[in-house]
Design a protein around this ligand. Structure first.
Ligand code: SAM
Length: 260
């Protein structure tokens, strides 16, 4: 495991992922009932920017008038959550997990697990914390795709497991786009899952003509909350304008949508 998210934190893929994550959390916050978030590949929670500005999304954790750190997915989730909500954050790399544990040492709403996030789907779902069952929530699956093709079957199997164990949950999967056509088998698998709906939100910052670099990324949203597509829609052209190069594009598309 050589991947360290610090080399990628705050890039266009992180920004897309976190904008969609925040929109999903917003939808969960609309109801009073508690929700549970499982972050299967959580990272260290906070990344130093070394002077590189990353926009307003990071201003909240930067009390002085300078952008020093970029928040990762578990920190964004914890910042959005209320007293009644809970987060389980899994991270396999020991140093990253230790940093994440330190970050949340004083937040009793957050449990950090130094373990495999895919195994955690079986171990932690359906969520039950201190005797409370959580009907609503979100599973974020954000693996490093280090082993490339080998990651996709693991992701699909994990989503299948979530749907069986916790059918009320939404699942958000981040995926890289190098050449989009190579993702077709993955999309076919997602469309074939026993889910009510599957939505894709993508930002390509340049044409997807090279298999060697990250030209963009997407979030596959399984059983997204009502009107999440409408919440995300205006953000995509904004991100394209601010982060894209010549030939950039966005996509918001239902892979599957069962009406009624
Ligand atoms: N979700 C984070 C965020 O948005 O801030 C970024 C996560 S980063 C893309 C992927 C993380 O997964 C890395 O920190 C890596 O060490 C960790 N990782 C790799 N394989 C894992 C596994 N099987 N279970 C849990 N974590 C894993």
């Amino acid at each position: 495991m050589n991947y360290r998210h610090a080399f990628h934190a705050g890039n266009h893929a992180d920004v897309l992922k976190h904008v969609v994550l925040l929109a999903h959390l917003d939808a969960l916050l609309r109801k009073d009932g508690p929700f549970f978030v499982l972050d299967t590949h959580a990272g260290r929670g906070r990344y130093l920017l070394q002077g590189e500005a990353a926009g307003r999304a990071v201003a909240a954790i930067n009390p002085v008038d300078a952008l020093l750190a970029y928040p990762g997915s578990p920190l964004l989730a914890a910042q959005a959550m209320r007293e009644q909500d809970r987060l389980a954050a899994c991270e396999l790399q020991p140093e990253e997990a230790a940093e994440l544990k330190a970050l949340f040492a004083h937040d009793r709403r957050v449990a950090v697990h130094a373990r495999d996030g895919y195994d955690a789907v079986r171990a932690l779902l359906p969520p039950r914390v201190d005797g409370v069952r959580y009907a609503r929530g979100l599973v974020l699956v954000d693996p490093p795709y280090e082993a490339q093709e080998a990651e996709y079957p693991k992701v699909v199997a994990a989503v299948r497991e979530v749907l069986q164990r916790w059918p009320q949950a939404g699942v958000a999967i981040w995926y890289p786009v190098k050449q989009r056509r190579s993702l077709q088998p993955f999309f076919r698998k997602l469309a074939g899952l026993p889910a009510r709906s599957v939505l894709l939100a993508e930002l390509l910052v340049r044409p997807d003509d090279s298999p060697l670099r990250l030209n963009g990324s997407g979030m596959a949203l399984i059983n997204p909350p009502w009107k999440l597509d409408e919440a995300i829609a205006p953000a995509l052209p904004f991100l394209q304008r601010h982060l894209g190069e010549a030939g950039a594009s966005t996509r918001l598309e239902w892979l599957r949508r069962d009406e009624g």
